[in-house]
Design a protein around this ligand. Structure first.
Ligand SMILES: *Cc1c(COP(=O)(O)O)cnc(C)c1O
Length: 392
């Protein structure tokens, strides 16, 4: 029997009923330290569960059973061998970059990278001696040329990207990147493992902001790394403990609670976003719509090949320019004006002045007339009516 369908794993992986009480949900081990049975004899190591990576539980920065349950579930959902849960997506990114890169190393980042990723690389890692080059990841030939010009330690890819929803062909990039001896990292936040599994397509590391679709309810901030290579996993484990930005037990528990409904939520996010994108594409006040589910989107075919659905994020340019785009963000009633994405409730924002303000003046600056929607799972007709009224 293969009881390993995605939704089954989301509900059961890492989540065996508690051996002591039979509690069907992993308890919150809200604890910093653990009684040891003797010097050098901590409990709970080995076995087949989350304890298999450790000699036993000593201190919760190093390992905690609730965080371990989340990590095992994330590893199963992404098809990796080992996963790590962090206090935020940025903490996960920082841990990975500082595990893999050192001074004088070079990295390629997407030319429309998430603003926080750009800020981390440009403002924190560059002064430490890491150099970077923004490259359009939707063009594998551009990546190949950049790697021939200057070898890189790793290539960082987002697909779909934030906020312009461009699509990178993960399989094609894996060939190019591995040929050059670099690591392929995919930030899978926008798709979630339900829609896209980068490791199976050739990526070496998956990064998540679990704050978004995995948590799914806008009530917890977290991040994750998932790998297949055991050696890289061991290095990340060492650095996660050494630098200390691990997810707290309660945050891990909340994230795992969100993950159990990921599949049904994503289906509805995709359905609603598709309807919103279709309405916007036909609206006279909208100049351009960015949604990989539209056949007119340049990445549509690649997205259809590597994703199970096209996701819940839709961006568009207002025909009225920047001032109208800003004003529009204040006129919706259901779409709440706010940063972040991936929760059950719909959000609207102006990337140029909000999430991507830190990219202003750089190669990664986003158009001023751009509006980004995180389409929630409310009644689709209500979402369309709200947007139509706000567009006027
Ligand atoms: C939000 C986000 C991050 C950062 O995650 P945090 O949990 O906010 O630290 C990274 N990548 C993408 C694509 C994101 O949307």
């Amino acid at each position: 029997m293969n009881l390993d369908g995605f939704e089954t794993l989301a509900i059961h992986a890492g989540q065996e009923p508690d051996p002591l009480t039979g509690a069907v949900v992993p308890p919150i081990y809200q604890v910093s330290t653990y009684k040891q049975d003797g010097v050098g004899a901590p409990r709970g190591g080995g076995g087949t569960g989350a304890g298999r990576w450790i000699e036993g539980y000593e201190y919760s920065r190093t390992a905690n059973p609730t965080r371990g349950a989340l990590e095992d579930c994330l590893g199963a959902l992404e098809g990796g061998t080992r996963a790590f849960a962090f206090a935020s997506g940025m903490a996960a990114e920082d841990c990975l970059l500082r595990t893999v890169c050192g001074p004088s190393d070079h990295v390629l980042i997407p030319s429309d990278a998430y603003g926080g990723t750009f800020r981390l690389v440009d403002k924190v890692l560059r002064p430490w001696g890491v150099s970077y080059l923004p490259v359009p990841m939707s063009q594998p030939a551009a990546v190949r040329n950049a790697l021939q010009d200057r070898p890189a330690r790793l290539v960082w890819v987002e697909t779909p990207t934030n906020p312009l929803l461009s699509i990178a062909d993960i399989t094609a990039l894996a060939d190019v990147v591995h040929e050059a001896g670099a690591l392929l990292v995919v930030d899978n936040t926008f798709a979630s493992p339900y829609l896209q599994q980068p490791l199976a397509l050739g990526a070496d590391v998956v990064v998540h902001s679990t704050t978004k679709y995995l948590g799914g309810h806008s009530d917890v901030v977290g991040g994750a790394l998932v790998v297949t290579d055991a050696g890289l996993g061991a290095k990340i484990a060492f650095n996660q403990n050494a630098t200390g930005a691990a997810a707290s037990p309660f945050d891990a528990w909340l994230t795992l609670r969100g993950i159990r409904t990921l599949g049904v939520r994503m289906d509805r996010h995709c359905e609603n976003a598709h309807r919103v994108a279709g309405m916007l594409a036909a609206h006279p006040k909208v100049a351009e719509v960015f949604y990989p589910g539209l056949p007119s989107h340049p990445g549509h075919e690649v997205a259809a090949k590597q994703m199970r659905g096209f996701g819940g994020i839709v961006s568009f340019r207002s025909a009225g320019g920047e001032a109208e785009a800003v004003a529009l963000c204040g006129r919706t009633r259901l779409f709440t004006l706010g940063e972040s994405l991936g929760g059950v409730e719909s959000l609207i924002e102006h990337p140029g002045r909000m999430t991507h303000a830190s990219a202003a003046g750089s190669a990664l600056e986003v158009p001023g007339d751009l509006v980004r929607l995180s389409v929630g799972i409310e009644t689709a007709g209500d979402l369309l009516e709200d947007l139509r009224a706000a567009l006027g």
